[in-house]
Design a protein around this ligand. Structure first.
Ligand SMILES: CN1c2c(nc(N)[nH]c2=O)NC[C@@H]1CNc1ccc(C(=O)N[C@@H](CCC(=O)N[C@@H](CCC(=O)N[C@@H](CCC(=O)O)C(=O)O)C(=O)O)C(=O)O)cc1
Ligand SMILES: N[C@@H](CCS)C(=O)O
Ligand SMILES: [Zn+2]
Length: 765
């Protein structure tokens, strides 16, 4: 006898429909509101999110999935695990102490952040160097109680599991991978998780969602041991709590071992699993005593589901697991909140979109269909919407498809090898020893944003807006000249965002009005939607670069975003392969690169910061991804003459495992982040005997604190110990758009002075 199909959610976006949460955080940071006002407003937003899910009929509503900055930081703060420099506590952290860890202070650099699996969300990296874990704050109980008291919701607290917490963190600057380290830390953490669970049990909590996303990265059954130990412990100390062991972003390889764990439900991703979770269930079966929490709706993309197909999938799953919860494949943190602000876009796209709220509604329809309720109308409407998009003529451009199919070897190769190019470029550019440059963007000041807002609202003409952007470019060219930088940039003032901007300019993209997704803390991005074949409409960046170059004798870098970063930070159509979409983007950008070159731009930077984060979670899928990434980068960049210098830039990455890919990109110069990761990255380049030019980030742009000349000099010297000075460039870690003008001028002046000191010492030696 089949049980009623229930619905569940894994996490709801935090931003608020109109980014109210962002406004709230930032007004608190600006001291416009006090703690009390902050708490009242934050509670209102939390309850609003819960109320919505209640209204949509979700059976198992997540609680404590909210955060004041980041959920990993919340876990660290609750367990006294913040980095040592921020102190050790025996009471819950005050809001200002919590934000100090996240954002840094005058004295302390903030805790390190990195990408959350293969998403564009950043989490705070735990540091386990001096851990004295203890429970400071059972936030899971607090938020469960809040939902119960205010809305009578018996919520499902979401807690990041201890093994994943450990593996997402570092000891002595290195990610925790050794079994011994994992076990030692687990022994320290389990009693604390036990306390949390016991308190939840005492309060009457029925279900806890225990997220262990690292389970999808395992390859062998013996790696499941710490997870088993953890589940057995929690079951022993809090037997009345039902645990849903939640995985996402891929399939579980050691399937049988995980299925044996003493939990009451297992959450599996049936969207990003390459079909493997279903295959495992069909071959191995699903434990009869457990609930299958089936992630059947794509929580990482924004397309409406094919509901008939999902009903069919659910019925198939019911053949193996009679007790089912239907849920998104992962937390809805990674998609915008509602499509209702997008109604102005083409109807055939609009009706085929599903953001968080629409996804939750989809779950309700599928559940009803499986529970024998009549949803014919909803299913028909869904089929019509999908068909309209599929057949929309503006989606298909046969000539684009033909160009991708006709790609040949000549479009993947520079004319000459690096050493030949290097000589030609050196003669043409005549750059000094240890050239200085920046990564591209300068402050997106309140004035820049206000002018853009006025222009968008029609209060400023196109011409007035262009004139304003030109005046900013000119002002910053002069500033860069005054500081003495060697290679200049135009500053990217015209761009809301390095991906969204290209989405606004290329054919086949839709730029959303309100499709905000949290990137880190209060910061958000609006990923554009790739709905059709991508094509080049007209020059995108050429006029800005040419104008900037006309103002100075120093070289100005052209600045574009590379295909993998565009695709990884967009929502991508899912009816053709990603490799095809990537190559379409690459062919369009190739035209832009050639136009820049033809217009006299001698250095062109092709930013690829998201290449590393897009790596599939399973190593066996890496090579195909990396090969396709290299191909797209080469299509973009290899059309130019030898004397045109191609730069690329990557940040927020661990480069060790993609160093061969970096070499294969064949860029003449790469600038990378290093200031924050304290030099681990440099070793990777040393070991590979990297022969091309490298700009090491010697100023951490993510910290509000500006380093001294000596600190920057030390960073340069550290790099020079392992990298040949002839290959070395001096630059910040990343773009400067989030910094203030004052900070940037001081920082770059010091960077230039540090470079001059090093040059002097080098000449004296
Ligand atoms: C390098 N990074 C990037 C990532 N992903 C990207 N897609 N782009 C990136 O650059 N991932 C990794 C990192 C993440 N880094 C950041 C850094 C900074 C931000 C950020 O500051 N985001 C802003 C929003 C930026 C933006 O688009 N601003 C618009 C203004 C939009 C707006 O607020 N409009 C208002 C009205 C106008 C107004 O009052 O200003 C409205 O629509 O209501 C612009 O420049 O015009 C943020 O505030 O969060 C993100 C990721
Ligand atoms: N050119 C971009 C790169 C960011 S990763 C910038 O400077 O903002
Ligand atoms: Zn960057």
């Amino acid at each position: 006898m089949l049980e009623t199909v229930k619905t569940s959610n894994l996490g709801y976006p935090r931003l608020g429909e109109k980014r109210e949460w962002k406004q709230l955080l930032e007004s608190y940071w600006r001291h416009e509101i006090d703690d009390h006002q902050f708490e009242i407003a934050a509670k209102r937003l939390r309850l609003l999110n819960l109320q919505k899910q209640l209204a949509f009929g979700v059976t198992h509503i997540p609680v404590a999935d909210n955060s004041n900055y980041d959920h990993v930081l919340d876990t660290m703060a609750a367990f006294n695990l913040v980095p040592e420099r921020f102190g050790s506590y025996d009471r819950p952290l005050h809001l200002s102490e919590y934000f100090a860890v996240a954002r840094g202070t005058d004295k302390n650099v903030p805790a390190d952040m990195t990408k959350w699996f293969n998403t564009n969300y950043h989490y705070t990296v735990p540091e386990f160097d001096h851990t004295q874990p203890r429970l400071l704050d059972n936030r899971w109980l607090r938020y469960w109680q809040e939902a119960k008291d205010a809305l009578h919701i018996d919520g499902k607290p979401v807690i990041l599991g201890p093994v994943s917490l450990i593996k997402l963190g570092k000891i002595n600057g290195t990610y925790v991978t050794e079994a011994d380290h994992i076990n030692t830390l687990l022994d320290q953490l389990l009693p604390i998780y036990g306390e949390v669970f016991q308190q939840l049990a005492a309060a009457g909590v029925s279900w806890v969602q225990l997220d262990e996303p690292t389970l999808v990265q395992l390859t062998h059954a013996n790696e499941v041991l710490p997870y088993q130990k953890m589940a057995a412990y929690l079951h022993r100390v809090a037997p009345t709590i039902n645990i849903v062991l939640q995985t996402y972003f891929d399939a579980i390889d050691p399937f049988e071992a995980v299925m044996k764990m003493p939990v009451q439900a297992i959450g599996l991703d049936f969207v990003h699993d390459h079909g493997e979770n279903l295959k495992h269930i069909q071959q191995i079966g699903f434990p009869k005593d457990k609930i299958l929490a089936a992630g059947i709706i794509d929580g990482h993309n924004i397309w409406a589901s094919d509901l008939r197909e999902k009903v069919q999938l659910t019925k198939t799953l019911q053949g193996y697991a009679p007790k089912i919860w239907l849920q998104p494949s992962n937390s809805l943190l990674h998609v915008p909140i509602t499509t209702k602000y997008e109604a102005a876009c083409d109807d055939s796209i609009y009706h085929a979109l599903a953001f968080a709220d629409e996804k939750i509604k989809e779950l309700g329809i599928i559940a009803k269909a499986c529970n024998q309720q009549d949803v014919t109308k909803a299913l028909t409407k869904n089929q019509q919407a999908l068909n309209h998009l599929k057949l929309a003529p503006f989606r298909h451009h046969p000539n684009v498809k033909a160009r991708v199919n006709a790609l040949d070897e000549s479009q993947f190769k520079r004319k000459s090898d690096y050493h030949t190019r290097q000589k030609i470029q050196a003669a043409a550019l005549k750059l000094p020893f240890l050239p200085t440059t920046t990564i591209g963007s300068f402050p997106q000041s309140a004035t820049v944003r206000a002018k853009r807002a006025a222009w968008r609202q029609g209060k400023l003409t196109d011409q007035a807006y262009d004139t304003f952007i030109a005046s900013e470019i000119k002002r910053w060219i002069r500033l860069q000249e005054r500081i003495g930088l060697d290679v200049l940039v135009h500053g990217e003032f015209e761009r809301t965002d390095m991906v969204e901007y290209f989405g606004q300019k290329l054919g086949g993209f839709l730029a959303t009005k309100n499709g905000w997704v949290q990137s880190y803390g209060s910061r958000a991005v609006r990923p554009p939607v790739i709905y059709g074949d991508v094509y080049y409409q007209e020059p995108i960046t050429v006029d800005k670069s040419v104008y900037a170059q006309s103002l100075t004798d120093k070289p100005v870098k052209g600045m574009i975003t590379a295909p993998l970063t565009i695709i990884n930070w967009s929502f991508v159509r899912d009816d053709i392969t990603r490799a095809t979409v990537q190559n379409q983007i690459a062919l369009a950008l190739r035209e832009e690169v050639l136009n820049l070159e033809q217009a006299g731009i001698k250095i062109i930077q092709v930013d690829e910061p998201a290449l590393r984060e897009g790596l599939p979670l399973k190593v066996r899928h890496w090579q195909a991804y990396l090969d396709a990434a290299v191909a797209a980068f080469k299509i973009t960049t290899t059309g130019v003459q030898d004397q045109t210098q191609i730069h690329t830039h990557m940040c927020y990455s661990d480069f060790d495992d993609i160093i061969d890919t970096i070499t294969n990109l064949d860029a003449d110069v790469i600038s990378i982040e290093t200031a924050r990761s304290r030099g681990e990255i440099i070793a990777a380049f040393e070991q590979t005997h990297y022969t091309k030019q490298i700009g090491l980030g010697v100023y951490d742009i993510h910290a509000t604190r500006v380093p001294s000349i000596s600190e920057i000099e030390a960073n340069i010297q550290r790099g020079l110990q392992v990298i040949n000075p002839k290959q070395f460039w001096v630059n910040p870690d990343c773009g400067l758009k989030t910094r203030t003008e004052e900070q940037v001028i001081i920082a770059l002046t010091r960077l230039q002075a540090a470079r001059d000191r090093v040059v002097l010492k080098h000449q004296e030696a």
